[in-house]
Design a protein. Structure first.
Length: 340
């Protein structure tokens, strides 16, 4: 194949080769790199944000209920988890200032009431102070002084009554020996009348402050006279009155035990006492829950025990149940970690 056709084919082949070479990059040419994908941001603070939200809600609930100390505890947790949360810091300072004002006003009210001899108003004021500031030394000391004065007045009254009784003895006419007591219900009535003085002595001992010893004596008396309804009502009412005193002093767990004893000694349902038991259990459960939240930062075993107490006293407390689960999981996780 020669001539013009051969020359045209050779020229076409050369042009194709040059075009192919032009499309291939040389070793010296820099191939533009593809842009690197944006780094994926993994949010590790999801649980923390949830905890912050939960403690903020709990602080709001506690503040609405008037429990300022618990509200401060929850907001303190918020600040620890979210150090940049300026609103939480301001709320903490606001609540602390409100607590200081409440403590100052409560102490002044209590002092004025004590000077006026109004022990009931003084007790209420100092109990309010302790609710705001549980470690307030003046309020605790004043409540002990109120108790001491009340006991002294009680003992003085007993001595005065005993002296008056000895000074004016009642004349007693001689009477023949009583016949043997009849059997059946009449026998129970006769026995109750004959033991009235003994029962009054045991109630006097209970009123004088020997709570544990007197309760044993009263229980023994009820065991010996189980069908004496009037006396059992009298005993139950006396024990319930002491429970109410303990409740007024903020000794809620002791009040619960006494209300339960009052119901057992009375032997009959008493809706008012049962309602007080239920309410006090909720309050003690709330205190145990708050204690558990504080211990979560330093003592997981103590936190678990506190939450267990809260759940036992108030099984419907969802916050306590959740706290118990979280504290137990954290404790178990910590126990599995290798020791350094």
């Amino acid at each position: 194949m020669t001539g013009p056709l051969a020359r045209r084919l050779a020229a076409f082949a050369a042009a194709s080769l040059l075009a192919a070479c032009a499309q291939q990059p040389t070793e010296r040419e820099a191939v533009p790199a593809e842009p690197a994908p944006a780094p994926r941001v993994v949010r590790a603070d999801g649980p923390r944000e949830e905890a912050v939200r939960r403690h903020r809600d709990l602080a709001r609930e506690a503040r609405a209920a008037g429990d300022l100390a618990t509200a401060v505890d929850h907001l303190h947790v918020v600040v620890l988890l979210a150090p940049d949360d300026e609103a939480a810091k301001r709320d903490v300072e606001t609540l602390r200032a409100e607590i200081r004002r409440g403590v100052r006003d409560g102490l002044e009210t209590g002092r004025s009431a004590m000077r006026a001899g109004d022990s009931a108003r003084a007790t209420a004021a100092f109990l309010h102070v302790l609710a705001l500031e549980p470690k307030n030394a003046e309020a605790a000391r004043s409540l002990r002084e109120i108790d001491r004065l009340a006991m002294a007045r009680h003992q003085s009254g007993r001595a005065a009554r005993a002296g008056a009784h000895e000074a004016t003895p009642e004349p007693r006419a001689a009477k023949p020996a009583s016949p043997a007591p009849p059997a059946g219900p009449a026998a129970t009535a006769a026995t109750s009348a004959g033991d009235a003085v003994e029962l009054d002595q045991r109630l006097e001992m209970f009123g004088a402050g020997d709570t544990a010893g007197a309760l044993r004596e009263l229980k023994a008396w009820v065991d010996a006279h189980p069908r004496d309804r009037a006396s059992r009502q009298k005993i139950g009412s006396a024990v319930a009155a002491r429970a109410k005193e303990f409740e007024g002093k903020g000794q809620r767990e002791s009040a619960i035990g006494l209300y339960e004893q009052a119901l057992a000694l009375r032997g009959e349902p008493q809706p008012e006492w049962s309602a007080r038991i239920a309410a006090l259990k909720k309050q003690v459960a709330a205190d145990a829950y708050a204690s558990g939240m504080k211990l979560m930062r330093t003592d997981l075993n103590g936190a678990v025990k506190a939450f267990e107490t809260a759940v036992k006293l108030d099984p419907a407390n969802a916050n306590a149940q959740r706290g118990l689960r979280e504290a137990t999981a954290a404790r178990d996780k910590l126990s599995r970690m290798p020791r350094q």
